[in-house]
Design a protein around this ligand. Structure first.
Ligand code: AMP
Ligand code: ZN
Length: 438
């Protein structure tokens, strides 16, 4: 068995990964709130945890991983978007969930094993909130139910923030109801005409954090192996998930390993985020003609815990490297996976090293199989190069004509061979060279 090491945010160090049951490895990653188009920063966790899922399947067996990624389909931003368009919230969430799956699919992200929706698990959330109230960890106040943070002495272990920082981060939206400023919402009332469900505390809707605790319990169990998400989710989201689940489960921990990805930033290090207005959507990048696989390669070029600066030269370098890999891979069927690539991934998902090792592979079948482990080299060679702009091919043909003029026939033949590999055939005639796709 290959040893996998993962950096665990809770332990603050790399730890040997030992699943509770190697026959059923469980992983949960917080998924999208579906009311807008994903930007390339949002795609980073999806791609990173897709690679981790591929690695876990490679090591423990195809059917040994249960990977859940939720869909947050009830949220104030969704309600706002629905109101602005004069449609039902489900019209917004259906549309943007489809877009999300299309965009992530283009990046080679395989669908998770389970994609639970918040709106389909309200009963489980209500039951868990009821247990928290019974256990003295939550209280009702004016139609709201709040988690009482001081009731949980272990609160704050993941982020290790001091109390002042936690209070500042607890979004003081219903301060007047709170027994303690750090308390957070489990349930809130819905006014007439706003999406809501009946509950023992009146008609309302769940807070964000409780959905993950309830859906993890329902689909994966009390204690899961890996819980993941972006760095920004550590506090308050994951801290609150931990408190809810632990208190509802008699002290059983929510997850055995906590894995968090760093941010994607724009030049100068500014985090890509909607509120800063510097976002580049995945859909726009695809529409500009970049291949999903090129974007995926770029996302994997930095270690997942490090910041990643997004730029056009990064995209161009990624494309050039993939072109070279596709030339080596040819149309070979996948063989065995390169041990060096597996070893790099098993060391806390060291994708930069894995990509460097991939680039050094000369054996086409091994290259194909190793690429697949990273979700790369999924196309045939012809289809990879077919999407190319004709301008590049025209340029290569012109270079070849120049080479022939200076009687550099070796270079001319090299260019002909490169194009032939891509399925582009050249015909030399009296009026010059023309080309066509095979
Ligand atoms: P948001 O739309 O901001 O709620 O983010 C949705 C998901 O994308 C969360 O898991 C965030 O951690 C992640 N995310 C948002 N912005 C970035 C970014 N610039 N880089 C990496 N991950 C991000
Ligand atoms: Zn979550």
């Amino acid at each position: 068995m290959i040893d996998i090491r993962l950096h665990d945010t809770m332990a603050r160090e790399k730890r040997l990964f030992e699943p509770a049951d190697p026959g059923r490895v469980t992983m949960y990653v917080c998924g999208p709130t579906v009311y807008n188009r994903a930007h390339i920063g949002n795609a980073r966790p999806a791609v990173v945890f897709d690679v981790l899922a591929r690695l876990l399947r490679h090591v423990y067996g195809r059917d040994s991983l249960v990977y859940a990624r939720n869909v947050t389909d009830v949220d104030d931003k969704i309600i706002e978007a629905a109101r602005a368009e004069g449609v039902d919230p489900s019209a917004i969430t259906d549309r943007f969930e489809r877009f999300y799956l299309d965009d992530m699919g283009a990046l080679g992200v395989a669908p998770p094993t389970i994609a639970p929706h918040a709106t389909e698990h309200v009963a489980e959330m209500v039951a868990m909130i009821g247990r928290l109230i019974e256990g003295g960890n939550a209280y009702e106040a004016d139609g709201h139910v709040l988690f009482h943070v001081p009731s949980d002495p272990a609160y704050g272990a993941l982020g290790r923030r001091d109390r002042e920082a936690m209070i500042a981060g607890a979004r003081v939206e219903v301060a007047s109801y709170k027994k303690d400023p750090a308390d957070f919402v489990l349930w809130k009332p819905s006014s007439e005409g706003v999406i809501g469900w009946d509950s023992p505390w009146g008609r309302g809707r769940p807070g964000w954090h409780i959905e993950c605790s309830a859906m993890i319990e329902r689909h994966l169990g009390r204690t899961i192996d890996i819980h993941g998400g972006g760095l920004d989710l550590i506090f308050p989201h994951h801290e609150n998930e931990i408190a809810q689940s632990r208190c509802a489960h008699g002290g059983a921990p929510l997850a055995r390993y906590w894995v968090h990805n760093g941010f994607l930033s724009m030049a100068g290090g500014e985090k890509m985020s909607k509120s800063l207005g510097n976002v580049v959507s995945v859909a726009d990048l695809l529409a500009e003609g970049h291949k999903g696989e090129t974007l995926r390669f770029a996302l994997l070029s930095a270690h997942y815990r490090q910041p990643l600066e997004w730029s056009f030269s990064l995209i161009a370098q990624s494309k050039a490297t993939l072109d070279r890999l596709y030339r080596t891979a040819g149309d070979a069927a996948p063989g065995t996976v390169d041990a060096g690539v597996v070893e790099a991934l098993a060391d806390d998902l060291n994708t930069p090293l894995a990509l460097a090792r991939l680039s050094a592979i000369e054996d086409a079948p091994v290259l194909r199989a190793s690429g697949a482990l990273l979700g790369l080299l999924g196309e045939t060679q012809v289809s990879w190069f077919q999407g190319e702009g004709d301008a590049r091919i025209d340029g290569l043909v012109a270079e070849r004509t120049e080479a022939k003029k200076r009687r550099d026939f070796a270079e001319a033949d090299r260019i002909r061979a490169v194009l032939a590999d891509e399925g582009v055939l050249l015909e030399d005639g009296p009026a010059g060279t023309t080309w066509r796709r095979a």
